[in-house]
Design a protein around this ligand. Structure first.
Ligand SMILES: Cc1cc2nc3c(=O)[nH]c(=O)nc-3n(C[C@H](O)[C@H](O)[C@H](O)COP(=O)(O)O)c2cc1C
Length: 382
């Protein structure tokens, strides 16, 4: 059996990607410019930054600005966050009626204390009936738009919620279930437990795609995740930070083709230039013309991880205010350098595990459907 017959295209509702890959929603990262850069490398689903149901319902101008898709983006995947079935239903109805997106993914995986403290994100699936009501409200108002959920294993090792939550989400009519195979207590630390993805694949009806997420940093990792868990697609987050060509590697690997050579620094420089241009184009406003290039600074650090650049150049790259400045600093480097093997592996958030901060009495009654107070964030972006 060749690789290309071993791996199947990924279907989410009516949408099909020959390469079973999803760009993970990442707040502050997966804006329209970054998604376009990734789409230029390889096929897949590319999900936007998190949008809050409240921001949509209250017509928050920042939220509206964040819902930006390129003309050629298809499907337009939007991630929504919410804790209130009524607000979520109204938000999804707005998306459907105003044609704001073609696919809605729901965030039940955020481990940030400011979110879980209020009962949102990864804290929410523990309240199983409330979780179910939110998902139902989304699906019922989505019309023909497919709705998916993205969640974690549970709150901590004593409270795994993913199997129950997946059954409820499937019962509510979701088109796919994605699992970041860590608990909220793990945050981004340690390693993802892919065996949970395999258990989820076994527990969910075969016609509902299960998407595996956590620690896919290379094409080999992606194939290994599918081989070991039987999942229908992989969701890639930190692995593509400073390495958008990973999507080209993934396309080749899933099609059974040899991987492209890793880029030289000259090719990395060209990708950084393109990325900076796209961020400028998509983020600049008259009031803040350098917003895009300032956002690029963190990406430059990821791109250059492992390259011997020197502290002074790194420092100056951290202060760039234009694409020209970026190009000038980079052009002084030895551009024929090969991609350093030590640049492989994790990047972006890692951190350490910690106790999950929850609202008082949150764990007392998993069947309580009271909407947690103050957990509806107004601002989008996570
Ligand atoms: C900077 C950053 C922002 C993130 N923002 C979101 C978000 O808005 N919504 C979400 O569901 N997950 C978010 N995540 C989690 C990722 O989607 C993904 O589940 C996680 O990084 C694990 O995948 P990885 O090991 O491939 O990085 C974020 C992760 C990072 C690193």
């Amino acid at each position: 059996m060749t690789a290309s017959t071993r791996y199947r295209p990924l279907r989410i509702g009516p949408f099909v990607s020959e390469t079973p890959v999803v760009l993970a929603p990442m707040a502050g990262i997966t804006n329209a410019g970054f998604r376009r850069l990734c789409r230029e490398q390889g096929a897949g689903f590319y999900v936007c930054e998190m949008i809050t149901s409240r921001g949509l319902v209250e017509k928050n101008p920042l939220t509206r600005r964040m819902i930006a898709f390129s003309d050629d983006e298809s499907p337009r995947s939007m991630q929504l966050y919410g804790v209130d079935p009524v607000a979520m239903g109204r938000a999804v109805r707005i998306v459907a009626e105003e044609g704001l997106a073609d696919h809605v993914d729901m965030n039940f995986g955020c481990p940030v204390p400011k979110v879980t403290r209020k009962g949102g994100g990864a804290a929410l699936p523990y309240k199983r009936r409330l979780f179910e009501a939110i998902v139902m409200a989304a699906v019922d108002n989505a019309g023909s738009i497919p709705v998916t959920v993205k969640m974690r294993i549970g709150i901590d090792d004593g409270r795994h919620t993913y199997l129950d939550a997946a059954q409820r989400a499937v019962g509510a009519g979701v088109a796919a279930v994605a699992l970041h195979a860590r608990t909220a207590a793990q945050r981004y630390s340690g390693t993802a437990d892919w065996s949970a993805i395999a258990r989820l694949r076994d527990a969910v009806p075969a016609e509902i795609p299960v998407l595996g997420n956590g620690d896919v940093f290379s094409a080999a990792d992606a194939l290994a995740m599918v081989d070991r868990t039987g999942c229908d697609g992989v969701v890639v987050g930190r692995g593509c930070l400073g390495r958008p060509w990973l999507f080209g590697d993934l396309e080749a690997a899933f099609a059974g083709r040899p991987l492209p050579e890793p880029p030289t620094l000259r090719q990395v420089a060209a990708t950084m230039h393109r990325h900076a241009e796209l961020l400028e184009e998509h983020m600049r406003t008259d009031a803040d013309p350098t917003k895009g290039i300032r956002d690029m600074r963190k990406h430059v650090a990821w791109y250059l991880k492992g390259f011997p650049v020197g502290p002074e150049v790194r420092r100056r790259l951290g202060l760039i205010n234009s694409v020209d400045e970026l190009d000038e600093l980079v052009s002084a480097l030895d551009l024929d350098q090969r991609f350093p093997p030590e640049a492989d592996g994790p990047r972006g958030r890692q951190g350490s595990p910690g106790r999950v901060v929850l609202p008082e009495h949150w764990l007392d009654d998993p069947d309580d459907v009271t909407v947690p107070l103050g957990a509806e964030m107004e601002n989008s972006g996570g």
